[in-house]
Structure formats: structure tokens, C-alpha cells
Design a binder for this molecule. Structure first.
Ligand code: B12
Length: 441
């Protein structure tokens, strides 16, 4: 999310040996291509390292490496960066040339393999739509949310969120593999995990007691109905005044019967239904503490606090979803699940988030934010590439139908991209930019 001008200026000012780019959400993938192009244009020769949750060797080989005249390498894991950097900046130069040639050959092989044709067949959009997820709406009575309008949580009690933390991803963020709580007794990583967990608990206690962080959230529900792959939102349940339209994507990979080509709109009744939206953050206030850790060169506490804020944001999203099911929407008032069952999502309804596999287009976030007035109600802002600030934030939709489920849209065809551009009233190139990670042509 850092403009290329800043990155390249910083590299020049600091006489950098290598530039590393890290991408967490898909809009950064395109931005990395821009950085690579600019590096070529400005005559850079430095090696370019690519990493982060949303990046891959294939994307690097196909899209980034061809745009840069120097060496581009995808590095899966930060710890491997040491070996890669050693090879790339070797004193003799020979090792660097060898390494660069090896990577270039490997990426060329990936490009050739990919050019050989896609593996799974993409069916025409019309066929995918005909094979939608069928729900018998005739007997369905959409539950009306108990809350009307918008519910704002200006300062959500942190202690309530602490109980809801899913610790397994916390350990994964520290590259400690294993599920909580078994990980604490693991013969290999158990000791490290125990120490880390104790430190995390200690910091959490201070976060809550001294109010290091402020959690803010907003929830709203709208009357709606399905219109093809769109969901139309109305001002009230007379369904007369349209206030918004959510555009969803449909799976287009050939499916074997009885599996459907799913789209989130399939879980909404074409007659009359309800849909929810939310935005939560646990990141307000973090900056002043990060500044303190930076001044003390305390990287450990810096990472620990960020990881805990992320966990609290995710716990907030989970806790709010539970309150939505039980009271705010209230369609599952008698739900009684253990923490473990909650983590395994044994409940009715889903909360897909723009950027997740079922609705991969991040560009829907501004409209969700407008509907929720999320900027004012939660203090979360969106960058121009749709990242949320503060970082520890989550936003998404609520679907209540018992059959609603998570899935991945995966690869889509040109016909769907054209259709999507038309539905959203944008040029094809714009739609292609938004949907690039899913484009299968
Ligand atoms: C933790 C997490 C969060 C946290 C915070 C993330 C953050 N701090 O920014 C929370 C809960 C807040 C969150 C929110 C969201 N998330 Co999230 N999240 C994750 C998760 C589970 C783990 C990421 C992580 O921290 N891993 C631990 C770190 C250490 O690993 P890493 O980032 O991969 O980095 C390692 C390597 O990649 C490498 N590396 C990284 N960078 C670099 C750079 C170089 C040069 C090198 C050499 C190496 C290197 O080194 C690291 C250590 O080995 C991933 C799923 C996953 N399993 O990866 C999804 C994921 C990143 N999230 C995703 C999404 C969509 C979101 C949201 C947009 C959802 C939403 N609508 O609310 C928001 C966006 C938040 C925002 N601010 O805009 C998607 C992104 C994919 C996409 N299509 O864009 C993912 C991949 C989940 C998925 N499968 O769909 N998320």
C-alpha cells in the first residue's frame, strides 16, 4: 500500500542492495507490477524480492518478473530471505549470476506450463447460472432482524473479546505450527509456544486494563431480494425504494452433478429477504504503543501487539456474528455452542468478507462502508486500494439462510468479467483490474 515513488526514493536514499515488497491482500499484487515497471523505467538493477500471504511464485513468474529487467524472486517465508539475499549479493558476483539464472529458468518454465492451457474447464456464464445453488423459497419465511437501522459499538469491552480469541492463527503468525492448546505440549515447539503464550497473556492483560486499544464496530441489516447475481437493497420492507446493489461473482469451473456453481446471491430469496453488513476494528490507539516500542528498538513487543490486535479484531468479528445470530438479527436465539464448536463454525449463517474467496472483489468495500457509514461510526478508513486502516479491522456481510455456506469463486471467464463490468457500469479494463486474481483467460 506504499506508493512506488516512496519505495524507490527510499531505496535510493538508503543505497539499498535489495528491494523487498510484501503483499497481504490482492490489490497489492497489481501495485507490485507497477513497482516492477517503474524500476525498469528508472534503470534499477537491484534484485526485487516478493513475499506475503497473497503472493505466489506463479503470480511472480507470470506477472511481475516479465516487467522487470533485474532479478525478481518470490520468497515464501521470511526466514528463507536470508539464504536468497546471501546468494543475490555475493561478493564474487558469480554466485549471484548463477542464482539469478536458476530463478529465471524456473520462472520461464512456469510461464511455459501455464501457456499450455488452464487445467480446469471454465463453463459459459449462462451454463453456470443455470447450475446455480437451488433453494426452495416457497416455504421459507425470512427472519426479520430484531434491530432496525444501524447499531454502533463505540467502545466494545475488550475483556469480552479476549475470551473469544482463536489462538491457533496467533501461533501461525509466529510460524509455530500446530493447533492450540495442543501446541503448548508439542515436543518440538511446545516450549517456545508456552513462552510466547505467557508473554501474550501478560500483554493482553495490560491492553485491557490500561485500555491500549479501543474496539469499535457497526452493524446494519437491510431488506433485500436477489436479482440474478446481484442483491438489491431497499430502504424499508415495502421494497419500493432501492438504496443499493451488491454485485457477486459466480463459480464458473465445470462442476460434477449434483454440485452447483455457487454465487452468494443464491442464498438470498428473489422475493423478499434480509442481508446484514458489519465493520469492526480493534486497532484504534495502537500507534502510540508501536511508537514506544520502536523508540526502545523492541521488535518483539511490536510484533506481539500487532498480532494481538489482529486476534482481537477477528474475535470481535466472531463475537458480533454470534450476537447477530442470537439477538441483533435473532434467528438463532437458542444457539448454545462451545468455543470449539464456534471456531469450527457449527452455526447457522455466514459472514463473508470482501476479499475472501466467496466474494474476492475488494472494490465492493466502499459501498459497504457507505451503507454502514463505517468511517464515521467506527473510524475505519479505506486506502485507494481498499485496505482498511487501522490494519486490525474486518468488514463483511451477513447471510442467514441455513444453507448459506462458504466457497471459493476461483477462476472466471471473460463473459462473466464483461457481464460484471456492465452490471457495475465500468469499463472492461477496470473490471479486469479488480478481478485479476480470478481471471481465468
Ligand atoms: C492475520 C490475518 C488478518 C488480520 C490482520 C492482517 C494484517 N495485519 O494486516 C485481520 C484479522 C485483521 C485480517 C483482516 C483482513 N483480511 Co486477512 N488474513 C490474515 C491471515 C489469517 C494471516 C496473515 C498473517 O499475518 N500471516 C502471518 C505472517 C507472518 O505471514 P505472511 O503475511 O504470509 O508473511 C510471511 C511470508 O509471506 C513472508 N513474507 C511476507 N512478506 C514478505 C516480503 C518479503 C520481501 C519476503 C522475502 C517475505 C515476505 O514472511 C512472513 C513470515 O514467513 C491470512 C490468511 C493466511 N493464512 O495467510 C488472511 C488474509 C491475508 N486476509 C485476507 C483478507 C481478504 C482480509 C480482509 C480484506 C477481509 C475483510 N474484508 O475484512 C481484511 C483486510 C484488513 C485490512 N486492514 O485491510 C485474505 C487476502 C487475500 C485476498 N484475496 O486479498 C487472506 C489471504 C485470507 C484468504 N485466504 O482469503 N486478516
Amino acid at each position: 500500500m506504499v506508493p512506488f515513488q516512496d519505495i524507490l526514493k527510499c531505496a535510493n536514499d538508503n543505497k539499498a542492495d535489495i528491494i523487498g515488497l510484501s503483499g497481504l491482500i490482492t490489490p497489492s499484487l497489481d501495485e507490485m507490477v507497477t513497482v516492477a515497471e517503474e524500476m525498469t523505467r528508472q534503470g534499477f538493477h537491484l534484485p526485487l524480492l516478493i513475499g506475503g500471504a497473497t503472493t505466489s511464485k506463479v503470480h511472480t513468474a507470470l506477472r511481475i518478473a516479465p516487467r522487470y529487467k533485474g532479478t525478481t524472486v518470490h520468497v515464501l517465508d521470511a526466514s528463507r530471505a536470508v539464504g536468497v539475499c546471501t546468494a543475490l549479493v555475493s561478493e564474487s558476483g558469480a554466485q549471484a549470476a548463477d542464482f539469478a539464472a536458476k530463478v529465471a529458468n524456473e520462472y520461464e518454465a512456469i510461464r511455459i506450463e501455464r501457456a499450455g492451457g488452464a487445467k480446469e474447464k471454465v463453463v459459459p456464464l449462462a451454463a453456470a447460472r443455470a447450475n446455480d445453488f437451488k433453494i426452495d423459497w416457497s416455504a421459507y419465511v425470512p427472519p426479520k432482524p430484531a434491530v432496525t437501522g444501524t447499531r454502533i459499538f463505540a467502545e466494545y469491552p475488550l475483556h469480552e473479546l479476549v475470551e473469544r480469541i482463536d489462538w491457533t492463527p496467533f501461533f501461525r503468525a509466529w510460524e509455530l505450527a500446530g493447533n492450540y492448546p495442543a501446541i503448548l505440549e508439542d515436543p518440538v515447539v511446545g516450549d517456545s509456544a508456552k513462552r510466547l503464550y505467557a508473554d501474550a497473556r501478560k500483554m493482553l492483560e495490560r491492553i485491557v486494563r490500561e485500555k491500549w486499544l479501543t474496539a469499535k464496530g457497526v452493524v446494519s441489516f437491510w431488506p433485500c431480494r436477489r436479482d440474478g447475481d446481484d442483491v438489491v437493497l431497499f430502504a424499508d420492507d415495502s421494497h419500493t425504494k432501492e438504496i443499493s446493489r451488491l454485485y457477486f461473482l459466480r463459480q464458473q469451473i465445470a462442476k460434477r452433478a449434483p454440485r452447483a456453481n455457487m454465487c452468494l446471491a443464491d442464498f438470498i430469496s428473489p422475493k423478499a429477504d434480509w442481508i446484514g453488513g458489519f465493520a469492526v476494528t480493534a486497532g484504534h490507539g495502537i500507534e502510540q504503543h508501536l511508537r514506544r516500542f520502536k523508540a526502545d528498538s523492541d521488535d518483539y513487543s511490536d510484533i506481539l501487539l500487532k498480532a494481538l490486535a489482529d486476534r482481537l479484531a477477528e474475535a470481535f468479528a466472531e463475537r458480533l456474528h454470534e450476537r447477530v445470530r442470537k439477538t441483533l438479527w435473532g434467528y438463532a436465539s437458542d444457539e448454545a455452542l462451545s468455543n470449539d464448536e464456534l471456531t469450527r463454525e457449527k452455526y447457522r449463517g455466514i459472514r463473508p468478507a470482501p476479499g475472501y474467496p466467496a466474494c474476492p472483489d475488494h472494490s465492493q468495500k466502499p459501498e459497504l462502508f457507505r451503507l454502514l457509514n463505517a468511517g464515521q461510526n467506527t473510524g475505519i478508513t479505506l486506502t485507494e486500494s481498499f485496505a482498511m486502516m487501522p490494519v486490525s479491522s474486518v468488514s463483511g456481510y451477513y447471510f442467514a439462510h441455513p444453507d448459506a455456506q462458504y466457497f471459493g469463486v476461483a477462476r472466471i471467464g471473460r463473459d462473466q468479467v464483461e457481464d460484471y463490468a456492465k452490471r457495475r457500469g465500468v469499463a472492461l479494463e477496470q473490471a479486469e483490474k479488480w478481478l485479476r486474481p480470478n481471471i481465468g483467460y
